[in-house]
Design a protein around this ligand. Sequence first.
Ligand code: ZN
Ligand code: ZN
Ligand code: ZN
Length: 332
Amino acid sequence: MAEFRKDPVTSGWVIVAPERAQRPKPSKLTETISEPGRCPFCSGNEDDTPPEVFAYRAPGTPPNQPGWSVRVVPNRYPALNSLNDVSQQSSSFYEAMAAHGVHEVIVESPAHVENLSTLDEVQFTRIISAYHQRMAKLSSDARWRSLLLIKNQGIAAGGSLLHVHSQLIAMPMIPPQLESEVDGAKAYYDFRGGCVYCAMIVEEISSSTRVVSVDSDYLAFCPYASRVPYETWILPRRHAACFESTAPADAVRLAPRLRETLRRIDQALDSPLFNYVIHSGPPHQGETPFYHWHIEILPRLIQIGGFEWGSGSYINTVRPEDAALLLREVAL
Ligand SMILES: [Zn+2]
Ligand SMILES: [Zn+2]
Ligand SMILES: [Zn+2]
């Protein structure tokens, strides 16, 4: 059973989840390409996953049968468990707690597609809407203090299956990355009296050197202190702390901006592996004036080395201004 263990020095939490080691491990990148019939996420193989908790389907088609366009299922190899497991390995010195939570998989195409950016805008709209609806559903459960929507495209980026999918994780604590953003944004707000992300949007649009693309609702840009080459963030231009409490009509307007940004990265960088994450404010804090939800896209062009592991800082070999220029000008 999974458990959270607390580092006694840094107070950072680690999830120890030995069951995750059993998940499928293609030995080479082509394994699931050459045998798509064995892919549990392909339409027709619905029995290979736990029963669906949500789907967009053709009218009249029953659950757990073909006919869906986006399908959400519990993760078969969850990093967290929803059972009342209390087998944590605490001692008088070390602190642990049962890793309760929800771990869902959003399967983003019924066909065996491996590159998200090749899907059309209608499908992207369904995907964003599925993210939004599942996050709204989980945020209504008072046990979950954070929601994390993550995408790993490619085996080396952390994916265990190549079929396009994302993962939604609800946790009873706030992970360190989100906590440091929330704390930093709160400190800025207390000192300057405004949202740091709203100020960043004004700054980026006025200088424009790091802008990748912008419309009336969303801004895509390479952040000033990008950690990795071609790191790109997408922010809603109107202040909102939580993605899941955004009006559905506003949330789905993210679809064309995300799709275009991923297509630019795919074209400019020759279909790199990448991760993205939706950072949304902790649900129990609600719509704060200081936190501002966003997507961070991290192409996996370099290996994280000893310096990054040892320091927690990054050495980025591409100026964000040069990265934005390439992404902005690439032909689509
Ligand atoms: Zn598949
Ligand atoms: Zn804001
Ligand atoms: Zn963030």
